[in-house]
Design a protein around this ligand. Structure first.
Ligand code: MF3
Ligand code: CO
Length: 258
């Protein structure tokens, strides 16, 4: 069953998402070559707590940090630590917040300094794929319309979508039904209704879609060690189209087709 939230519940998820946006804005100025990933994690943790929230990832299935920081061939779930961010890297931040019992979840990939054209294309295509998926978040569409829109865009740009990790419902827990794959044929699965809340999160690889988990038990890398990008928004399905609760993490005017 996919939960349909009341407007009172949606307001609380929106508050959680507002804090999440503040965290991204707080750490972004520090995302430069030379900083260690654990410093980013510490800053994010501080902003979450002083804003009255709790880092949703910390302790989740034993995850040890507040933020997932994944660099280049790391796809997702990179654990912050001694790694130092380097010029030319693709760095993805994935952050979850719990506030007053309600969850939000977002991710964004940043290019550090001068990027290769191919990495820039990968980032743009991944973000565009996310927005293609978001545009399906309206009453009457079916779940796999999201999946299909994401896959079509990413593969149309000659990249591949990770198969083994999915988006998800979000609200009273970090992960709720349904699972939302980033690939699939259209018009399948449950119909979407106003008040459903999803975290949509394409992970797009430059080469193979195959990934492998590292020995730390968390970090997911591409099998061919080519770079990967990840963008995620928390979104409410509405009759007229998506209400993107974490839209504030965007740093540029963004156009998309509804
Ligand atoms: N945003 C990711 C997800 O939804 C990260 C959560 S994994 C965690 O799966 F363990 F770090 F929480
Ligand atoms: Co998520």
């Amino acid at each position: 069953m996919i939960a349909v939230r009341s407007e009172a519940e949606l307001s609380k998820i929106r508050k959680s998402a507002d804090l999440l946006v503040k965290i991204f804005h707080g750490v972004e100025p520090h995302l430069k070559a030379g900083i260690a990933t654990r410093e980013i994690d510490a800053m994010a943790d501080e902003i979450i707590r002083s804003g009255g929230g709790r880092p949703a990832f910390k302790g989740y299935m034993g995850y040890p940090a507040s933020v997932c920081i994944s660099i280049d061939e790391e796809v997702v779930h990179g654990i912050p630590g001694d790694a130092v961010i380097k010029e030319g890297a693709l760095v993805s931040l994935d952050i979850g917040v719990e506030m007053d019992g309600f969850y939000s979840d977002a991710a964004k990939t940043y290019g550090i300094g001068n990027m290769t054209d191919e990495k820039t294309r990968l980032m743009i295509a991944t973000k565009e794929a996310l927005y293609k998926g978001l545009s399906q978040c309206r009453s009457g569409k079916r779940l796999s319309d999201i999946s299909h829109a994401i896959q079509s865009h990413a593969e149309g740009a000659h990249f591949s979508v990770v198969r083994s990790l999915v988006g998800h419902g979000v609200g009273r827990k970090l992960h709720e039904p349904p699972q939302i794959p980033n690939f699939g044929s259209p018009h399948q699965g449950p119909k979407l209704s106003e008040g459903m809340v999803f975290a949509i999160e394409p992970m797009v690889n430059m080469g193979t879609y195959e990934v492998e988990i590292q020995e730390d038990g968390w970090t997911v890398k591409t099998r061919d060690r080519l770079p990967s990008a990840h963008f995620e928004h928390t979104v409410i399905v509405r009759k007229g189209g998506p209400e993107i609760l974490t839209f504030g993490i965007e740093d540029e005017p963004w156009r998309w087709n509804g």
